[in-house]
Write a protein that binds this ligand. Structure first.
Ligand code: WTA
Length: 630
């Protein structure tokens, strides 16, 4: 169901609201189902209980692979661009990818992986990562991909929460000039993971690794002994496809669960319509498969549509800050999708890195993960898109599976830093503090969605009530996104940022509570409070206020020690940018930390702290202001 004009968008949108079941049934016709569904949608937001394509049977990999292998076996599916530009690019056609997925699926089966088992994948951006993901889906195992930047402790937490039976990893990885020991990190994690029976290790760096007899096996050795045919497991539309852990305002990261049928329909539909993908286009998304953007828009969405998806192993600044533009020229990329952080950081390197690049293959530019400021939007538009490529500023979340509010390329009129209009099937509402819907245009509020779409989160793994309380209890009968939003006079949506205790650092979601817990584990730390503050490149930085025992003297060293602890507990991405040692925190008489004050001080805005008279000890505010880190 391809939209080609703004009028078609409007009529698709209207139909999706007046007859959602009819609308999505028509979209879903476009896929191969082993058995048709009996009912399109069953739902309530109280429990919540949302089911799409009830009773339908399918396997997402048949739609990603088998059908394209029949139609165009030698068409490229994945173009792999290695970290080092002088190393060879690898192109996997649909047939090659299909065979390698089937082979690896047989390896999983041989080692006892069956439908419903959980498999943890901790790998760098190499083709084997996409193959591992699809092989899990082929056999009906639920994959839980953990981003390669997380620590052993974070991996262990995720493995244990999901009860993973198998871990798939790589000896090591290369990112820019650095080599990273992945298997070593997995080994550290596995000290505390009793459910793991097998570890499958692919080779990337050929660094020495310890291989435990009976547990650890080599990918390359295993695939030699299995067939490259593997029938796809029949999955119910509502069987889980994957778990992806994401941070919220409280506690440990939660495992967001997506299911096979709705996820398939939603990612494919949004991919082709938002980017207006045409057969043969080369599409390059710079995300990591360890995040939802990589799941939905490097692997599943593009492959479902038979697209050519570029998978890039490296970083934007290696060997220099022109790498993205070199890749675009080398592979004649037509559609380029990246994050505002990357754009802002590359802006800072100056024009010599992009001025001599051709970039004429580009047709569409995308942005995702955080609000894009006007300066970055304009720079991207003028210097990369040469004023000819629409920017699709795509707003969505791990929980939504796919893009929710975005322009359709060349169809929706764009406006700098606006995600513009909801996609068909998406019914956004703005609500006030009391949960009242705010009508009309030119308004601000908390962003909710009042009707299910096929990609909506189904549950949080192992704790359904957490799903209910986090997303469906703040406002009755609505999914609450955690984002603030404005709707301007034209009815265009602009996402203003999180309204909860989640910080968005370089497009990575980090919960303040998580960082506090990690800091509090450091010896000598009595208490801490973490807030976000505006950061020129990262969007938001992490500012930590820490109370230490009197005996901790050398604050510079303590600061470094705390960073080491946070890296160890969560991963380097969660390291605070600023740590201020304080003697007290601004608390109310009931003991609640007034984060509003801490946020203002972190922003450097000392004059608008608001009412501090309800504090137990208003004096601490002066001390905090005096010691604030610029
Ligand atoms: C933010 C990433 C503004 C938002 C796909 C959301 C955005 C969180 C945009 C989800 C955008 C994502 N404009 N903000 N275009 N896209 N966000 O789960 O705060 O990693 O709630 O999913 O990123 O982050 P997540």
């Amino acid at each position: 169901m391809r939209i080609r004009t703004f009028e078609e968008y409007q009529s698709a949108y209207d139909q999706s609201v007046s007859d959602p079941e009819g609308f999505w049934a028509e979209v879903a016709q476009d896929f191969e189902w082993k058995k048709p569904w009996k009912k399109v949608l069953d739902w309530n937001f109280e429990e919540p209980n949302v089911k799409w394509f009830v009773g339908g049977k399918m396997n997402i990999t048949e739609n990603c692979l088998d059908r394209h292998v029949r139609e165009k076996p030698n068409h490229p599916a994945i173009i792999w661009e290695p970290n080092d530009p002088s190393d060879d690019t690898a192109t996997l056609t649909y047939k090659m990818l299909f065979e390698r997925v089937c082979q690896f699926a047989n390896v999983l089966k041989k080692h006892g992986v069956v439908k419903g088992d959980r498999v943890c994948i901790y790998m760098p951006m190499i083709p084997e990562l996409a193959i591992a993901v699809l092989a899990c889906a082929r056999v009906g195992a639920i994959h839980s991909v953990v981003f390669g930047g997380f620590s052993a402790q974070s991996i262990a937490d995720r493995i244990n929460d999901a009860g993973c039976k198998v871990v798939i990893t790589t000896d090591g990885s290369v990112r820019g000039p650095k080599q990273i020991p992945m298997k070593d990190t997995v080994d550290d994690a596995l000290i505390g993971c009793p459910t793991v029976e097998k570890v499958i290790v692919s080779t990337r760096t050929r660094t020495p690794v310890s291989m435990i007899k009976g547990r650890d096996i080599w990918w390359e050795e295993e695939v030699k002994h299995v067939s490259s045919e593997c029938p796809a497991e029949e999955m119910d539309a509502e069987d889980p496809l994957f778990i992806l852990y994401t941070s919220g305002s409280t506690g440990k990261p939660k495992g967001v669960v997506h299911t096979c049928g709705g996820y398939m329909v939603y990612t494919a539909y949004t991919f082709e319509n938002v980017f207006q993908y045409e057969p043969g286009d080369v599409y390059f998304c710079t995300a990591d498969i360890g995040w939802i953007t990589g799941h939905s828009y490097i692997v599943y969405g593009p492959l479902l549509r038979g697209a050519i998806s570029v998978l890039f192993e490296g970083i934007p600044t290696y060997p220099d800050a022109g790498r993205f533009w070199d890749i675009i020229d080398k592979h004649k990329v037509n559609i380029f999708y990246t994050a505002p952080t990357a754009i802002r950081s590359l802006m800072g390197f100056g024009p010599e890195y992009f001025k001599n690049k051709d970039l004429s293959s580009l047709k569409v530019l995308g942005s995702v993960g955080e609000p894009i400021n006007e300066e970055a939007w304009n720079w991207y538009n003028e210097n990369i898109g040469k004023g000819n490529c629409p920017i699709v500023d795509t707003w969505w979340q791990t929980e939504t599976a796919g893009i929710m509010i975005s322009p359709l390329a060349h169809i929706t009129k764009t406006k700098p830093s606006f995600a513009t209009l909801p996609l068909p099937g998406v019914q956004p509402v703005l609500v006030d503090e009391n949960g009242q819907e705010i009508q009309g245009n030119g308004v601000n509020g908390n962003l909710c969605i009042k009707f299910p779409w096929p990609g909506i989160i189904r549950t949080t793994w192992g704790d359904h009530d957490r799903c209910r309380t986090t997303y469906f209890s703040t406002y009755k009968n609505m999914y609450f996104t955690g984002d603030g939003c404005m709707r301007d006079e034209d009815g265009y949506y602009r996402i203003t940022g999180r309204v909860d205790d989640v910080i968005n650092v370089s497009g990575h979601r980090i919960g303040t509570a998580e960082v506090e817990n990690a800091i509090n584990m450091h010896t000598g730390v009595v208490e801490s409070a973490v807030v976000g503050y505006p950061h020129d490149i990262k969007g938001q930085g992490i500012y930590a206020y820490v109370i230490c025992e009197a005996s901790s003297h050398d604050s510079e060293l303590t600061r470094k020690d705390i960073l080491a602890t946070v890296s160890r507990i969560i991963g380097p991405i969660a390291k605070p940018d600023k740590i201020q040692f304080v003697s007290g925190l601004p608390k109310t008489r009931s003991g609640k930390i007034m984060r509003r004050i801490l946020r203002k001080v972190a922003e450097g805005d000392f004059n608008n702290l608001g009412d501090i008279s309800t504090l137990l000890d208003p004096g601490v505010v002066e001390d905090i202001k005096a010691g604030a880190i610029k």
